[in-house]
Design a protein around this ligand. Sequence first.
Ligand code: NAD
Ligand code: WQD
Length: 338
Amino acid sequence: MNILLTGGAGYIGSHTAVVLVEAAHRVVLLDNLSNSRQEVLSNLERITGENIPFVKGDVRDTTLVRQVLEQHDIHAVIHFAGLKAVGESVQAPMDYYANNVQGTISLLQAMEDCGVRRLIFSSSATVYGIPQYLPIDEAHPTHPTNPYGRNKRHIEEMLGDIAGSDRTWRIVSLRYFNPVGAHDSGLIGEMPRGIPNNLMPYIVDVATGNLSHLSVFGNDYDTIDGTGVRDYIHVMDLAEGHRSALDYLDTRAPTMSLFNLGTGNGFSVLRMVQAFEAASGKKIPYRFAPRRPGDVAACYAKADKAAIELGWKATRTLEEMCASAWNYRSPSTKTKTP
Ligand code: NAD
Ligand code: WQD
């Protein structure tokens, strides 16, 4: 089937493109490259051996999206395109509403115009806000604590309204927990611009020597070792979750559904440091620092719904997550082969 991936040159979109091509789908990528690089495209072609159509453009350009849907005879869309930095969303909320909410409205308008009514949306565990219980299931109340999270919730509400208005829509919203790691080839992975906000890319920057040490935000949480606990999921497992969601859309999905994509396991910051050191052979110096405002002690998924209804489960280990993240960025991995 022909699948459009908005934001397809980004971290999760590029890994999903590989999985879908390997599953004999034809993918088309639409990305404005605001947070990704053109070289991802040639690397995707090296990995898959396929020439992957790429359109440089913005999802807010409804006319362009309509053209892409028609020209490529698109059957379903996976909507990754969006801005994703929580802190930045607090500083510049209008940019986030304009890009994320307006971008989704534009995409939905184009889809409606072209009669393409199959959509997978990249949502986030951040919609849940402060956990009221653990593990977090899909019925957990949603009280996001920042503009980025509220964008995701608004979009989910909008998608629910659209699905309710026309029963021919099939929409799946996937709430990702903490994606980390990279494709085994080392050709694609996570490469944030500037100093990383997230734990794994920060650790990798310490390992490469770009940063001197990790600041561990808080060591007095009520967790196994006092540091924050999260549900880290290998990006290739996450990518495979999209393949399962696509199958689901076409066979048995109701008009609108929501799924957590996580492993169901929580690991602390210190456990992550230890696992990364073991996988890379690099020492990661760290210092304890005050809690980061807005952080919660622990957040991990109940992943049963995706297992039962999508037939999908994360299978890769923490060691594989760390080894692949390091393989992607390690200076010694000079010759990367798909
Ligand atoms: P990413 O920044 O690597 O990828 C997003 C891509 O979208 C980028 O290539 C960017 O250039 C593109 N883009 C942004 N705005 C666009 C626009 N208006 N038009 C066209 N392209 C645009 O991020 P990612 O980690 O791959 O995240 C993908 C999606 O998953 C996002 O919606 C994000 O909010 C969501 N998500 C990510 C995480 C995470 O931790 N990485 C967790 C939960 C949810
Ligand atoms: C993980 C743990 C930190 C950096 C964020 C977004 C969420 C989602 C995923 C998009 C926490 C600790 C971190 C550092 C540290 N993204 N940490 N030192 O906060 O769970 O989730 O990314 O949807 O919306 O909020 O992930 O990787 O930032 O932090 O000690 O330099 O690592 O305190 O306990 P988080 P993270």
